[in-house]
Design a protein around this ligand. Structure first.
Ligand code: MN
Ligand code: MN
Length: 361
């Protein structure tokens, strides 16, 4: 069954005539049309019993029409998009309309309400359920994205020097990626030196790389519409024993969780596998975020690998395993790999070594 057929089947089961997809990533996932409309309007209308239609800004109509085998219509900036939708769509009297509540903002919602009279229900949980299990083709694309992340972090390693700043290294990484054809990173590349790494969402800046300290890299690339996400923390010079101990506790936590993952365990149990190691070592309070997040076409998607999530892990799910220990003003470590659940375990997308790597500067 095609992805659009699965939406139609869902609508039929729920006695609804129409689903309205507003998240550009979902549009791409369902149709293969990749477009960011920015502040303009784009909607995919999927009918239960009629061919779908895509509404886009006028400047995207030609490109969309070459990708899609169903009607595309648009509006220019000076037109009212809601009136254009109303005029361009066959009317629907569906009493129930599914829309992506996690994406729809108030402006879009109110605009759509001027066009459709039915009651709005939430499509997001069904989309999450579709996207959470990756096909072999999707996993193949994520393996490629993972390979690029390994290349990117190694460019970072090659540029470690006391003469440069965090943003200098980021510039080298992203320049190197562009040179081999990657046009987008998954998120703002992070290179954090010394105490700046002790902040789980530290902001890179003009800090010079510190000696006898830890240096954290968190990065990923977008390749064929799929993302990678990895973190490595390495030693510059000779960090003191305390920093090395913290590193090794974090590593043990990560390896324990990776080893634990297989179909049938819950997301909460996976989180606990790593968290128990850090708690037993006495640093539980410094691991102050969930263990991981799903990823695929988005860098953060369903499911959350966290305490209290009873979701049962299934073959084909893809998520990150990223324990961290952040002790303010002292040390910050995070180790992250993303991977996919196999029939009896978990395979990671990134393979850069994880024993503490030393860089003499
Ligand atoms: Mn992550
Ligand atoms: Mn990350």
């Amino acid at each position: 069954m095609s992805k659009l057929d699965r939406i139609r089947h869902f609508l039929n089961e729920n006695k609804a005539g129409l689903a309205i997809v507003s998240d550009p990533v979902t549009v791409n996932y369902l149709t293969g049309f990749d477009c960011d409309p920015h502040d303009r309007q784009m909607f995919l209308f999927v009918y239960e019993n009629r061919e779908p239609a895509l509404f886009v800004p006028a400047l995207e109509v030609a490109r969309a029409s070459t990708v899609l085998d169903f009607p595309v219509f648009g509006y220019v900036d000076s037109e009212n998009p809601w009136q254009k939708i109303k005029a361009g769509l066959a009317s629907t009297d569906s009493p129930i309309i599914y829309a992506e509540f996690d994406n729809l903002n108030v402006t879009k919602f109110q605009g759509l309400q001027t066009v459709f009279e039915g009651r709005f229900e939430n499509l997001t949980p069904f989309i999450q359920k579709m996207r959470v299990i990756k096909s072999a083709d999707e996993i193949q694309k994520m393996i490629v994205a993972g390979d690029y992340a390994d290349k990117a972090v190694n460019i970072g390693f090659d540029n470690i020097s006391l003469d440069v700043t965090e943003t200098d290294i980021i510039a080298q990484i992203e320049f190197g990626m562009k040179k081999i054809g990657i046009n987008q990173m998954s998120f703002e590349t992070m290179v954090l030196t010394g105490n700046n790494a002790a902040n789980p969402h530290g902001i890179p800046g003009t800090n010079r790389i510190e000696n006898d300290s830890l240096l954290l890299f968190d990065l990923g690339v977008v390749s064929q519409g799929y993302v990678s996400d990895m973190t490595r923390t390495v030693a510059v010079g000779q960090p003191d024993q305390f920093k090395k101990d913290i590193y090794n506790i974090c590593l043990e936590a990560q390896l324990t969780a990776l080893d634990f993952i297989k179909p049938g365990v819950t997301a909460s149990e996976v989180d606990a596998a790593a968290r128990n190691v850090i708690e037993k070592a006495g640093y539980g309070e410094y691991f102050n975020h969930r263990l991981g997040h799903g990823l695929g076409m988005d860098v953060h998607e369903f499911p959350s690998i966290m305490e209290g999530n009873d979701l049962v892990i299934e073959e084909g799910m893809c998520f990150s395993v990223e324990p961290g220990i952040y002790i303010p003003e002292k040390v910050g470590v995070r180790i992250e790999d993303c991977g996919y659940v196999t029939k009896d375990g978990f395979e990671v997308f990134t393979h850069t070594p994880k024993e503490l790597l030393y860089f003499d500067v």
